[in-house]
Write a protein that binds this ligand. Sequence first.
Ligand SMILES: Nc1ncnc2c1ncn2[C@@H]1O[C@H](COP(=O)(O)OP(=O)(O)OP(=O)(O)O)[C@@H](O)[C@H]1O
Length: 275
Amino acid sequence: MSEIVLETRGITRDYHVGGGLFSKQKTIHALKGIDLKLEKGKTLAIVGESGCGKSTLARIITMIDAPTSGELLIDGQPVDITKAGLTSEMRRKVQIVFQNPYGSLNPRQKIGDVLMEPLIINDNVPAAERRERAMQMLLKVGLQPEHFNRYPHMFSGGQRQRIAIARALMLNPRLLVLDEPVSALDLSVQAQVLNLLADLQDEFGLTFVFISHDLSVVKYIADEVMVMYFGEAVEYGTREAVFSNPQHDYTKTLFAATPRADVESIRKRIAAKAA
Ligand SMILES: Nc1ncnc2c1ncn2[C@@H]1O[C@H](COP(=O)(O)OP(=O)(O)OP(=O)(O)O)[C@@H](O)[C@H]1O
């Protein structure tokens, strides 16, 4: 039987902006009812242009932010993100890796300490074992034992992303949310990091939500694809189905890699239809 690691049911997220002395309050519907189900060991890619709601959805899945309505289930269990409702066991099941790991690495913290920190905060692991587990993880992501005592600025962009991935895996999560994890890297380094992610997914039976605007990366890594457009999932299915038979006008334009002007015009047509 399939194991569903991640499920969302009708997730919405509204933001209220303005409402000051000189402007009327406006509501932005960043997510408009997102339904998805993701099996263990699979990768769901979420694509769409800037502002379509990808990061908002990532924050809700990682329990950083609460939905306005709808339900998030991890391993079939409903998540209550209020302080009283969220257990540390639930929180550690989902970890996130961001586009720019440098921003989230403390420049004065050695890499070994970066990796051991989650074990200190969340687990009662003895010091010697913490060190051993951090060292093992360092090797698993293709770094060297001597990197343990080095600082973030001593690493390349690709190596830093390996460190971020290692840190995210220290608590044995079930689900990894990867928010544009290779977008800032050179092409050859991108390929290395994507291969590493694929290996780690196999080894640990990980489930991935992979956020990207790069369709060639999505084609390579995804089992399933969701295309988002103004807060809605306008396309959702297997990679083969979505790439070979896109249904929505926006997706067709996106995949045809037509010039930007065409994307703009199609957007206007869709908006006109909806009005
Ligand atoms: N904290 C916030 N307050 C107000 N509006 C927000 C907030 N966060 C996001 N939004 C709005 O919600 C919509 C979705 O934003 P989101 O960041 O999720 O999009 P995105 O697809 O991840 O874009 P990008 O790729 O640029 O990060 C946008 O219109 C954005 O301006």
